[in-house]
Design a protein around this ligand. Structure first.
Ligand code: PSU
Ligand code: MN
Length: 306
C-alpha cells in the first residue's frame, strides 16, 4: 500500500490494518481543547480501553512534530492533555503549514477524518461534531467538519451536536452535502447533553450490524462522502434541558460580547458551558464519549463480519 510520506501509523495499528482487523480512529482536539486536564487524559485512555474491550484496536490521531500520527502512545496522549489549549487546533487549512514547519496539531473531526482515511481507517468515534453556528447567515461560521463529511469516506459516531449550534441549519447543510444522518435507536437528532433536539434524523438504525451494512453499501456504491451516526447519551447521564439551555444562552451572549470568532468560538463555548454547569456536564460528556466508542468498535467489528 502506498502511504503518505507525512503519515506514521503506529506498529499495533499497522499490524491490525494489515491483518484486516477492526480499527477505530479517535480525535485529539477533544483531548486538548474539549476537556480539562487531567480528566481529558483519563478519558482518552479509557476510550482506548473500551474500544479494545469491544474487539477493535484504537488509533488516536494527532500531528506531532509535523508528522501525521495514526495511533498515539500513552505518553503522547498525556502530552496533548497537559499542553491543552497550547496545542494548535488543526483543521484542514492548517495541515500543510504544520507539516512543513514540523509543528504539533490537535486534530478536529475534519483532520481526524483526513488522516484516518489516509491510513485506511474507516470508523471514527468522538463526542460532538462542529456544525453551522447560530447567526451563520451573517458570520458564515460553518465548521469544516460538515464539508469533510461531504467528501471523505469515514463513518463518524458522535452524540449529535450541541445546541451552541443551529441544529436545523446543520442538518440542512449535511443534506446538501449528501451526508446520511443516522439516529442510533432513535428518530430524533440527539443534542449531545440531551437525547432530544426536536429535529428528525434521516434514518433510524438499531444495531451495529445494520450500521455496518449501510456503511459498506455506501462504500460499494463508490460514494465519496462519510456517514454521520448520532448516538444519544445514555438516559442516566443526560442533563436537564433547562440547565443546559440556560448555560448555552449565557455562553453565546458572552462569546458575542467578547468578540470571539473563528477557530476560538467552539473551544470558548465548550469551556464556558462546562464551567457554567459545573462538574455535571463534564461527567455527562465523558459518559457519552464512552458510549460512542463502544458503538464504533462494535460497528467496526460488524463491518469485518459482513
Ligand atoms: N464539539 C464538541 N466537542 C468538541 C468539538 C466540537 O462538542 O470537542 C471539537 C471537535 O474537534 C470538532 C471541532 O471537530 O471542535 C469543531 O471546531 P469548529 O467549530 O471550529 O470547526
Ligand atoms: Mn468556525
Amino acid at each position: 500500500m502506498l502511504l503518505n510520506k507525512y503519515l506514521d501509523i503506529n506498529p499495533e495499528v499497522a499490524a491490525a490494518l494489515a491483518a484486516g482487523k477492526p480499527v477505530v480512529a479517535l480525535e485529539s482536539t477533544i483531548i486538548s481543547h474539549g476537556m480539562p486536564y487531567p480528566q481529558n487524559v483519563e478519558t482518552a485512555l479509557n476510550v482506548e480501553r473500551i474500544i479494545r474491550e469491544n474487539g477493535a484496536v484504537p488509533a488516536t490521531i494527532a500531528i506531532i512534530g509535523g508528522r501525521l500520527k495514526a495511533g498515539l502512545s500513552a505518553e503522547e496522549i498525556e502530552y496533548f492533555g497537559k499542553k491543552g489549549l497550547g496545542i494548535t487546533k488543526a483543521s484542514r487549512r492548517d495541515l500543510a503549514v504544520l507539516c512543513a514547519r514540523g509543528e504539533d496539531g490537535a486534530t478536529t473531526v475534519t483532520t481526524t477524518m483526513i488522516i484516518a482515511h489516509m491510513a485506511g481507517i474507516k470508523i471514527f468515534a468522538t463526542g460532538g461534531i462542529g456544525g453551522v453556528h447560530r447567526g451563520a447567515e451573517t458570520t458564515m461560521d460553518i465548521s469544516a467538519d460538515l464539508e469533510e463529511l461531504g467528501q471523505t469516506p469515514v463513518m463518524v459516531v458522535c452524540a449529535g451536536a450541541k445546541s451552541i449550534l443551529d441544529l436545523g441549519l446543520t442538518l440542512e447543510y449535511l443534506e446538501t452535502k449528501g451526508v446520511p444522518v443516522i439516529g442510533y435507536g432513535t428518530e430524533e437528532l440527539p443534542a449531545f447533553y440531551t437525547r432530544k433536539s426536536g429535529f428528525k434524523v434521516d434514518y433510524r438504525i438499531d444495531t451495529p450490524e445494520e450500521l455496518a451494512a449501510a456503511f459498506v453499501a455506501q462504500q460499494e456504491l463508490g460514494m465519496k462522502g462519510g456517514m454521520l451516526v448520532t448516538n444519544p447519551i445514555p438516559e442516566e447521564y443526560a442533563m436537564p434541558l433547562d440547565t443546559i439551555n440556560a448555560a448555552i444562552e449565557q455562553a453565546l451572549r458572552e462569546c458575542e460580547e467578547k468578540g470571539i470568532h473563528g477557530k476560538e468560538t467552539t473551544p470558548f463555548l465548550l469551556a464556558r458551558v462546562a464551567e457554567l454547569t459545573g462538574g455535571n456536564s463534564l461527567a455527562s460528556n465523558i459518559r457519552l464519549v464512552y458510549n460512542n466508542a463502544a458503538l464504533a468498535a462494535k460497528t467496526a467489528v460488524a463491518c469485518k463480519n459482513l
